[in-house]
Design a protein around this ligand. Structure first.
Ligand code: ZN
Ligand code: ZN
Length: 260
């Protein structure tokens, strides 16, 4: 199995070194993973600072990959690239990434969506979600990433899965349809922060497939080595039941299929 979304200590909220991640892989059932540290473009705007950090990550990955048993992928999780497309493109063009993840964490007039809570006013939740899906749509229209990661990011933090889906089905379907037309991948992100997101994930995967989507990646979004590959066996069964014969991971920004 291949995990296309792992954070190292080079992300502010990551904990483990690239070497530790590589050394831990044999314990996980994962053949290889992509190191996809954060670059949050609403917060980080200085190219030279970003460049220095990712050069360091790249050299750590290259060092680990020199020993024959490892073959880690070099990636990046670009947050809100749609808000600073020029900088995002400069970063992408400055490195030989294997995979570029596109994500949205923060929305205008709020902050990071993880700050949403059950007890928040429903009108606030609605307006944050509306902004969230608007930003995701802009990101998908920008289209210079490989994988749309954790489309269900807000759902990790609030307990209204069915209601959210019902209220935003049009927006979600439009996003998944655009993603499919652009031949980009949808990530089955298995980080759930204690919630059961199975139904939401399943519905998104089905909608993506109905709209012609072909490429699915698996991403644990691990911030600790113990979470690498979390819940992948169950999700692979789900993909199989949805009619997928394979999932993909990316090398040199090209999808490589893994039979299910
Ligand atoms: Zn993320
Ligand atoms: Zn992440």
């Amino acid at each position: 199995m291949y995990d296309s979304h792992v954070h190292s200590e080079n992300s502010k909220d990551g904990h483990d070194s690239v070497q530790k991640i590589a050394d831990y892989l044999p314990h996980t059932g994962i053949v290889s993973c992509a190191i996809t540290d954060h670059c949050e473009l609403v917060k980080e705007t200085q190219f030279d600072v970003i460049e220095e950090r990712f050069k360091k990550i790249e050299s750590e990955i290259n060092k680990v990959n020199k020993t024959e048993k490892y073959n880690l992928m070099f990636g990046i999780e670009l947050g809100s690239a749609q808000m600073n497309a020029a900088l995002a493109e400069k970063i992408i063009n400055s490195f030989n990434f294997d995979v570029v993840l596109g994500s949205v964490h923060s929305v205008p007039d709020f902050d990071d969506v993880y700050k949403l809570r059950e007890g928040n006013d429903i009108q606030l939740i609605r307006s944050v979600l509306k902004n969230y899906f608007d930003e995701i749509k802009k990101l998908v229209i920008w289209n210079k990433f490989d994988v749309l990661t954790h489309l269900w990011y807000p759902v990790r933090y609030i307990n209204l899965q069915e209601q959210i889906f019902f209220e935003f089905k049009t927006e979600i379907e439009e996003i998944l349809s655009l993603l499919a037309q652009n031949n980009k991948a949808l990530e089955v992100n298995t980080k759930a922060s204690g919630k059961d997101l199975t139904q939401f994930i399943l519905t998104c995967v089905q909608l993506f497939a109905q709209n012609g989507g072909k490429f699915i990646t698996l991403g644990s979004d691990a911030h600790y080595v113990e979470d690498i590959g979390y819940d992948f066996n169950r999700m692979i069964k789900m993909l199989h039941n949805c009619g997928f014969k394979y999932y993909v991971y990316y090398k040199n920004r090209e999808p490589i299929t893994v039979q299910i």
